[in-house]
Design a protein. Structure first.
Length: 363
């Protein structure tokens, strides 16, 4: 009997400690803040990886905590297409209460690399957060275990056509590789070159691949220690097989940010009023414009390292801008496009890159 009481007490304490740890993992000090300043998610994006088109729906659970002082009532859900839906474990959450949102993606009819969104709104119509989903959808004819799905030429195939490095610190470097296979019965000669000259990208590859053999193409990114290096960088790499140029192109990308070892000394806190901005249409010049507010609630300066958007769009925030502690700014965007994205790269350690989406809806 005594042992049973001890065991019961142990289980109770274990559950209490576990709940506390989960809450701490979702606390403001460790996770980024959503646009409403009411919810903090463990992540606002999810990559399902490579999935079968005929494999049925896939699901991901986003965990969050209501960090406001009031009960949050969920309202409508606005997915980017009918292939996405969201399920709430309940429709209201008290202050400091944790919750889950289960998002479903149905890949039927989608092929290749796809990106989908689901926007969540409060009962009063306030936009809360945009949750993004990505996946690499392959058809029934492709085998998910087969590594060389991308055809470079009639003789050579690759295991992928994209390299996304993620964050690389200023002055740092990173290396990635793709695998090639010679599917022919003869040795092939190989030539690999970046499409544009780049001071930070080098390629190493074998001059030839024997029949039935595999080889690696290694891509190294060395980032100059210069302010011009900040931001999203994309480069294409071209291939020649037996002297013949191939239509296949390898897409590479990375995001240059501040040195990681400097983040412990940084304490800016960037708050964005909304990550989904409704555009208004100017009936005279038929252009679209919208705005949002950015604020630094931290205790040190917030530096705008890079601003990325479509060439058809202009904004009044620039690389090199500084927001002092407590300072806020209204950011305006004007464009000939009725939907576009804006990426801000900053030195806020909790949100090095922030995407703001603009969209016009003709009501």
């Amino acid at each position: 009997m005594h042992r049973a009481k001890i065991y019961t007490m142990f289980v109770y304490v274990y559950k209490a400690v576990y709940s506390l740890l989960v809450y701490l993992l979702l606390c403001p000090a460790l996770f980024g803040q959503s646009v409403s300043s009411s919810l903090r998610f463990d992540t606002e994006s999810w990559d399902f990886g490579r999935i079968m088109e005929s494999g049925g729906s896939v699901f991901h659970t986003f965990n969050f905590v209501n960090t406001s002082s009031k009960t949050l009532q969920f309202g409508r859900v606005s997915p980017s297409c009918s292939c996405v839906s969201a399920i709430f474990t309940q429709d209201s959450f008290a202050s400091n209460e944790m919750g889950e949102i289960i998002v479903r993606f149905n890949p039927a009819g989608a092929l290749g690399k796809v990106s989908r969104y689901v926007d969540l709104y409060a009962a009063n119509g306030t936009h809360l957060v945009s949750l993004s989903l990505t996946a690499d959808v392959i058809s029934e004819r492709q085998n998910i275990a087969q590594p060389f799905l991308y055809k470079i030429s009639n003789q050579v195939s690759a295991d992928r056509d994209q390299i996304n490095i993620g964050y690389i610190p200023l002055g740092g470097y990173a290396s990635e590789s793709i695998s090639l296979m010679n599917t022919s019965s003869k040795t092939v000669e190989l030539l690999v070159r970046p499409r544009d000259k780049s001071s930070f990208l080098t390629v190493h590859y074998p001059a030839a691949i024997a029949p039935g053999k595999t080889a690696l193409v290694e891509i190294t990114f060395s980032i100059p220690d210069s302010p011009d290096s900040y931001g999203v960088k994309k480069r294409l790499i071209d291939f020649w097989v037996n002297g013949v140029p191939c239509s296949f192109e390898l897409s590479t990308s990375f995001i240059c940010v501040d040195r990681f070892n400097e983040f412990s000394t940084l304490s800016p806190d960037m708050i964005v009023s909304s990550s989904l901005v409704a555009l208004k249409k100017n009936l005279i010049n038929r252009r679209f414009d919208g705005h949002f507010t950015i604020e630094n609630r931290g205790s040190s300066d917030l530096h705008i390292r890079a601003v990325e958007t479509d060439p058809a769009t202009s904004v009044n925030i620039y690389q090199g801008d500084v927001l002092h502690p407590g300072e806020s700014r209204k950011v305006r965007a004007k464009s000939s496009l009725d939907h576009f994205g804006l990426f801000l790269i900053t030195d806020d350690p909790s949100r090095l890159l922030k995407e703001i989406r603009f969209k016009y809806e003709d009501n």
